[in-house]
Design a protein. Structure first.
Length: 198
């Protein structure tokens, strides 16, 4: 039987963890306008798995109430004790292109040592397309964590700032084929002759 708004609400309000997780997942199959307040409620759940699952859905539901979503996601980014939930909030902020959160994303990037959170912030800055992200992405290129630096390559391509081209060109010769693949995708976003030559 397909989920209904009432059945999803009942699951999300259950005292049973498994039922709450099920409710969050089933919320994908009901009207987004009805699912949104239920997911907002689940974003504040006491269990990290429920919060993570709910926050992860905000990029598809957040436009239902942009200001409330921005406030909720910024709060999760800044105060949630679990890096996974913070990373999901960064992902959602990027997906929703909520550039108002740029200062928060930049601040958290500078203060955290959690690689997953750094990775999500870098990816979010690329999705946002906010030119203020350029300097942070350049810094992320030099990260000791290869996934973060590779994400920065892609994000600089998405950002489209031509100052990135000479910074990206050396990565064409990287030993790792995944880095070379990512840099070619990034350089394809630019019209500069040296990008096309590379």
């Amino acid at each position: 039987m397909p989920p209904t708004p009432d059945s999803v609400k009942q699951l999300i309000e259950s005292s049973d963890l498994g039922e709450r997780l099920s409710g969050v997942n089933q919320a994908r199959d009901i009207d987004p306008a009805i699912a949104y307040p239920l997911i907002v409620q689940a974003c504040k759940d006491q269990n990290v798995r429920v919060r993570y699952a709910a926050v992860s859905q905000m990029d598809t539901l957040g436009q239902q109430d942009a200001q409330q979503s921005l406030d909720l996601l910024r709060n999760a980014l800044l105060t949630d004790p679990e890096p996974d939930v913070q990373a999901a909030a960064a992902d959602a902020l990027g997906g929703l292109k909520m550039t108002e959160a740029f200062p928060d994303l930049a601040s958290i990037y500078e203060s955290t040592e959690e690689w997953l959170l750094q990775f999500s912030i870098v990816a979010a800055l690329g999705e946002m397309g906010d030119p203020r992200g350029f300097d942070l992405l350049v810094k992320a290129l030099d990260s000791d964590i290869s996934l973060v630096s590779t994400a920065a390559i892609g994000a600089l391509g998405e950002l489209g700032d031509p100052r990135a081209v000479p910074l990206l060109l050396p990565y064409v010769q990287a030993d790792d084929w995944q880095v070379r693949h990512r840099v070619i995708q990034a350089l394809a976003q630019f019209d500069a002759p040296e990008a096309h030559t590379a």
